[in-house]
Ligand binder design. Sequence first.
Ligand code: ZN
Ligand code: ZN
Length: 185
Amino acid sequence: MLIPHDTRIALETVVDLVNTAPESDTGDGLAELPALYAFAERHDISGVGTLGEKDLRAVQDVRDRFADIFAAPDARTAADLVNGLVAAAGTTPQLTNHDGYDWHVHYFAPDASVADHLAADCGMALAFIVVAGEQDRLRRCEAPDCRDAFVDLSRNRSRRYCSSRTCGNRLHVAAYRARRREAAR
Ligand SMILES: [Zn+2]
Ligand SMILES: [Zn+2]
C-alpha cells in the first residue's frame, strides 16, 4: 500500500490525539490549554493563533470522533463517520509544496480553527485509508493494559501492539518467563 508522506504524518497525528484520551493509562493528555499548544506544536499545526477553552473542547470532541472511527466495525460505518466529521469542518483543498515537501493537498480552510484543521486534514487521511480498503489497519494494541491506538502499516498487516519495543517486548518477556516457570516445575 502506497501511503503519501502527508497522509502518513496526518495518521500519526490522529494516533497521538486518540492516545491522549482520559481512559489511556497516563490520564487525559489534553486536559488543559498548555497541552493543546504543545500538541499543535508537536504536529506542526501552523497558524493556530491564540487558543481558548472552546478550542480545547472542540479538539477533545474531534478526538472522540477519531476514536469512533478506529472502533468502526466496517467501512460503511467508518465512511459515514468520516463524512460527518469532514463536512462539519468544511474544507478548502489547496495544493502546496511548503517547507521542501513535494506537492500535496491541504484540506483545511485558510482560517480554520485548530479543531477544524485536524478534522479536515486528518479526516481526509482516514478517508484515504477507507478508499484504499485498508480500514482494518486502524487498530488498538492487544496488550491488555494498554489498548493504545495505532495504524498498522506493516506489509502483512500482522502488527498487534502499539510498539514492538514496549508492549510487544513486554508481552514476549512475560510469555517467555511463564514458559520457563512451566518448564521448571
Ligand atoms: Zn503540508
Ligand atoms: Zn501497547
